[in-house]
Design a binder for this molecule. Structure first.
Ligand code: ADP
Ligand code: MG
Length: 455
C-alpha cells in the first residue's frame, strides 16, 4: 500500500510532464497531499491563496485524473491553504541556491489572472519610514474599512518610491481579508486605455462598462498617462462616478498630484476632497538601510555592513535601483562564488546608479540627440518620414525608455503625439540592431555621455 506522500510524488511526476516548467515550479512544486478520507476526498495543500485558486481552476481535472489512475476510490479533490509550506522550503533544498533564484524569478511573473495583482507585493514587505508613513497608514486604514474610509485614495510621488508596491499590497491584503466577497481589480492606466480603445473600435463600450462596474475595489496605476486622451478620460470619469456612487473603492496612483493633471482635477476635485491624497517621498538613509535588509532577506543573501552602508549612501533616489544593485551583487556572488570586494561592489553600484540618470528630462534627451545628428528638435519630433530623421527619432525613443524608464504612451506623446505602438516598434528596432551594429553602439555611447554631463 502506498502512503499519501508516495502517491502525491507519483502524481507530481506526472503533472510535471503535462504542465509547463515555470507553471509547475510556481504552482505545484510546493504542494502536498494533506489528507485522504474514507469518503474518497483528497485534500491538497498549497502554500497560499493564489496557488489554491490557480491550481483548483486550472489543474483540477488533470490532478483528479492522475490520482484516480492510481487509486480509483478517489472521488474529488479539495484544495486548502497551508502557510507552513512556504517556510518549509529552504530546509528541503538548502544547497540549491540557483533553484531558489529561479523561484524568485517565477514569483515575479506570478500574477493572479483574476485581479492582475502580483502576490509578491505585501504590506508586510513594505518598509515604513517618515517618507511613506502617511501613505502606509492611510492604506492600512482603508484595508480595514473598504468602501467606507478615504475614498478615493490618491497616492503620488516619484519613480521607484513604492507606489505600485503599496497599492498592489492593498489589493492583496483586501483579497486575503475579505476573500471572494470583495472583487478587486488592478489595472495600469495603459491597460485601461487599451481596453477602452478596443471597445470603441469594436463598438463594445457596454462590455467594458459592465466589466469594470462589477468591481468593488478598482486600482488604477499611473493615472497620469490617461491625461490627454479624450475618449479614455471620458470613460474613466464615467466609470469612476458609477463606482463611486455605489460605494466602491477607488485607489489611484500617479507621478504627480491631482492638481497637476488639469482635466482630472476639474472633473473630480470634489470627489478628491472627500477622499485622501497622500504622497510618498524619497526615503532617508535609515529607511533605505531597512529596505536593503528586507530585500536581502527576501533573496536569502548576506552582505557586509559596509556594503549595505555603501548601497544606502549611493542609491538615494529610487528603490528600484536598490533592487537592481542587489540582483547584480547576488548574481556576481553566485557566479564567482566568492565574497565581494569593495571595488567590485562600488563598480556595480556606480553602473546602476549612473544608468538611472533620473535628473534628465525628455526635452534634454530630444535636444541632445538632435544636436548630435545636426537636426533641429522640431524636425526630430515632426511627422516627416525623411530618412535622415528616422534613426535619430528611434534612438530618442530608445533612450527615453531604457535610460529614463518612461512608458510607451508617455514617450509617444513626447515624440510628436504619435501612437504608442510606434514607440514600441522603434524601441524594438534599436534593441534588435544594437548587438550587431558597432556604429550604432558608438553613437549611443556618445549621446549617453553627453547626457551624463547634464544629469
Ligand atoms: P513606483 O510604483 O513608485 O514607481 P514601485 O512600487 O514599483 O515604485 O517600487 C519599486 C521597487 O522598490 C519595487 O520592487 C518595490 O517592492 C520596492 N519598494 C519601494 N518602496 C518600498 C518600501 N517602502 N519597502 C519595500 N520595498 C519597496
Ligand atoms: Mg509604479
Amino acid at each position: 500500500m502506498t502512503t499519501a506522500e508516495e502517491l502525491w510524488e507519483t502524481v507530481l511526476g506526472e503533472l510535471e510532464l503535462q504542465v509547463s516548467r515555470p507553471n509547475f515550479l510556481t504552482w505545484l512544486k510546493n504542494s502536498k497531499l494533506a489528507k485522504m478520507d474514507d469518503a474518497g476526498s483528497v485534500f491538497v495543500a498549497l502554500p497560499n491563496h493564489f496557488a489554491k485558486e490557480w491550481v483548483s481552476s486550472k489543474y483540477n481535472k488533470i490532478i483528479l485524473g492522475s490520482l484516480r489512475t492510481h487509486k480509483d476510490s478517489i472521488k474529488k479533490v479539495e484544495y486548502i491553504v497551508e502557510g507552513s509550506l512556504v517556510k518549509a522550503r529552504p530546509k528541503i533544498q538548502p544547497q540549491s541556491a540557483s533553484a531558489e533564484k529561479k523561484q524568485l524569478i517565477f514569483q515575479e511573473m506570478r500574477v493572479d489572472p483574476e485581479t492582475n495583482l502580483n502576490p509578491k507585493y505585501t504590506m508586510g514587505s513594505f518598509v515604513v519610514g517618515p517618507s511613506n508613513e502617511l501613505a502606509f497608514n492611510a492604506a492600512s486604514a482603508i484595508i480595514q474599512s473598504v468602501g467606507v474610509k478615504y475614498n478615493p485614495f490618491f497616492i503620488y510621488g516619484g519613480v521607484g518610491l513604492g507606489k505600485t508596491h503599496l497599492i498592489q499590497a492593498m489589493g492583496n491584503e483586501i483579497k486575503l481579508l475579505y476573500g471572494g466577497k470583495v472583487k478587486v481589480k488592478y489595472v495600469s492606466s495603459e491597460k485601461f486605455t487599451s481596453d477602452v480603445v478596443w471597445a470603441i473600435r469594436n463598438r463594445r463600450m457596454e462590455d467594458i462598462k459592465a466589466a469594470y462596474r462589477h468591481i468593488d475595489v478598482l486600482i488604477i496605476d499611473d493615472i497620469q498617462f490617461i491625461g490627454g486622451k479624450e475618449k479614455t478620460e471620458e470613460e474613466f470619469f464615467h466609470t469612476f462616478n458609477a463606482l463611486y456612487e455605489n460605494n466602491k473603492h477607488i485607489i489611484i496612483s500617479s507621478d504627480r498630484p491631482p492638481k497637476a493633471i488639469p482635466t482630472l482635477e476639474e472633473r473630480l476635485s470634489s470627489r478628491f476632497q472627500a477622499g485622501i491624497t497622500v504622497d510618498v517621498g524619497l526615503p532617508e538613509y535609515e529607511t533605505r538601510v531597512a529596505i536593503i535588509r528586507t530585500k536581502m532577506q527576501e533573496r536569502g543573501v548576506t552582505l557586509s555592513d559596509e556594503t549595505v552602508d555603501l548601497i544606502a549612501k549611493k542609491a538615494q533616489k529610487n528603490i528600484r535601483e536598490i533592487e537592481g544593485i542587489l540582483n547584480k551583487l547576488v548574481f556576481h556572488q553566485s557566479a564567482y562564488s566568492k565574497d565581494l570586494s569593495a571595488p567590485i561592489v562600488e563598480k556595480i553600484i556606480n553602473e546602476i546608479t549612473q544608468k538611472a540618470a533620473p535628473n534628465i528630462t525628455p526635452t534634454q534627451v530630444i535636444n541632445t540627440v538632435a544636436s548630435f545628428f545636426e537636426i533641429s528638435p522640431n524636425e526630430l519630433i515632426s511627422k516627416s518620414r525623411n530618412k535622415q530623421l528616422i534613426e535619430p527619432r528611434q534612438i530618442t525613443i530608445y533612450i527615453l525608455r531604457n535610460v529614463l524608464n518612461m512608458s510607451y504612451p508617455y514617450i509617444a506623446a513626447k515624440i510628436g503625439n504619435r501612437d504608442h505602438t510606434t514607440a514600441i516598434y522603434s524601441h524594438k528596432k534599436i534593441s534588435d540592431q544594437l548587438p550587431k551594429d558597432t556604429n550604432l553602439q558608438r553613437k549611443l555611447e556618445t549621446i549617453k555621455e553627453e547626457l551624463n554631463k547634464l544629469g
